[in-house]
Design a protein around this ligand. Sequence first.
Ligand code: 1CP
Length: 404
Amino acid sequence: MLPGESGRVQPVFPGVGPACEVPWDDLRVPDAPNTQNDRSPRSPAESPAQTRADGRTVLPAARRESAFLAACRRRPVPHTPVWFMRQAGRSLPEYREVRGGIPMMEACARPDLITEITMQPVRRYAVDAAIFFSDIVVPLKAIGIDLDIKPGIGPVIADPIRDAAGVDRLRPLQPDDVPYATEAIGALIGELGDTPLIGFAGGPFTLASYLIEGGPSKNHERTKAMMYGEPELWARLLDRLADIAIAYLKVQVEAGARAIQLFDSWVGGVSPADYRASVLPHSSRIFSALEAYDVPRIHFGVGTGELLGLMGEAGADVVGVDWRIPLDDAVRRVDAGKALQGNLDPAILLAPWDVVARRTREVLAQGRTAEGHVFNLGHGVLPATDPGVLARVTDLVHEESAAR
Ligand code: 1CP
């Protein structure tokens, strides 16, 4: 689709005039929603910039930075970008079909399946980013921890880690331990064209919780008992988990991921003081280790309203917000210089469309107070979600935000 052919409002970059300083490398990414038949990168030379009557310059699609990367970097966007946590998964019939009978851990180690499942939501929705299909426990399995992802439960660890000998079992991750990740991302980069791929890893608290509790947990009590009662052992454990996250993220970025997200999903149960003392140093080390790659770094956890400022301080470029606090409130909780991601309650997608549309517009309005906003849910897509609703939300976000 050429610029202007879509019949949609031609988006304008405020302040982007002839002396536009957006780096060339970023301008090669068409931002237009990637409809299925519009994936081929076009040479910027093919379509010149146009100056409108009001003097503003409209960059042709092929010369614009990906809307997702631009929003992460707090730069002007043609529309608010959108992707959904857990956009691949059980809400999609095509996912259920390819996964049929194949255990989750096996699917996560097969490049063909990783590629197919990562692509499924990108084919269905005009999302602005893809997320690598894997799981936060994949690198732990790759270094020899005996674990499985059980249907309907989640990660289950055969021999939970509760002492120094257990911590010593966590050896460093080498790229050779996850050859399927490198191979799948290589294939994905080709298939995705200009749609950026987000790589991810589990945050140190959340991975520690699975390892210590032995599986999903409501209160993370053994985990917190170690954090409070055995601070040296805790620090050693989180240090090793941070090293594993760094190695796994580097593998993904070196293979072609263009942004990363650190999911510390369950860290919201920790107070700000304890977060600062016992978790932040480790997350901070992970973000610092990725700094040189110059990819946007996103940090997300559930129920982290009281931690948002600290999660930004840890070194995230983009702070993920769950649905419990409005984005304009979140803006006040993070330092200047951060973009926000979020935060429609995933359960809203199960309500009638007029409710979904109204709530989506509210999130967009609140997101406008942020320096950059990536539209997302406040947590993962629920399995009962109708994919048609996700498609409509994606289009609504694009249309509403482009029309402004
Ligand atoms: O058989 C299945 O379909 C299992 C369901 C499933 C899927 C599709 C699990 C088990 N993991 C995944 C993939 C996955 N996990 C992705 C890629 C898909 C995408 O986003 O499109 C990602 C990013 C994750 C990350 C993940 N795994 C997190 C962080 C995000 C979050 O949801 O908070 C966490 C906490 C996990 C652990 C996990 N893996 C699976 C489940 C059900 C859980 C949560 C268990 C619990 O309640 O503690």
